[in-house]
Design a protein around this ligand. Sequence first.
Ligand code: ADE
Length: 243
Amino acid sequence: MDVHVLSLFPEMLHGFLRASIVGRALEEERVRVHDVQIRSYSTNKHRTVDDTPYGGGSGMVMAAPPLVAAIESLPGTEGMRPHVILLTPSGRLFTQRDAERLATLPAIALVCGRYEGMDARVTAYVDEELSIGDYVLTGGELGAAVILDAVVRLLPGVLGNQHSSIDESHGRSGTLEYPQYTRPAVFRDVAVPLVLQKGDHKKIALWRRWHALRRTRTRRPDLFAAIALTEREQKWLDGEEPQ
Ligand code: ADE
């Protein structure tokens, strides 16, 4: 997969890209990341990329011409132009479903805004606008890093076989992940639940489902509301932890 990062500070991502699983995916060329410096597409004397807003107000606005020129300069992959994503706090909220969808594409471009905003005419040149959460960052670079990380770990061969997108939080189950344990069996007087130590797979599956559901109900009522439980399951969930 080719990923183009359009930014005034593309080097912000370099440290992150070198490390850990993403770093290995880059070395193995499962993903290729290309920096695109937006400033080099500015045609004015001082290579400026921002200007004051029409209608007044505080702050500066990123101008359309250099950004659109940078987007239009992107090379194709397998004869297809990259899928262009604009990072902005006013975009739709990025989810695991988006990561799964983007991981199937041959090439994406992550357009990182800076300043207080961007000329609205840029949106005609992007395929979608995504936000990584309900808070405002100083620029889209960290959002691009988040999307890149979530997508790269889904690419074939990156995580190996141990990866299960069903069990993990925000996977297909619709619940958060159940609690996990590893050795030692007792840590500072807290023991690993006996049912996990014993190894009865049916009982373990029930224990995990119960904890995943309880956790989701308390921590993420919005996700819990979307899970269809039968009356029997609802009663089971209200009862004691299965042993
Ligand atoms: N740029 C600034 N804030 C952002 C956010 N929450 N998500 C994506 N891009 C952003």
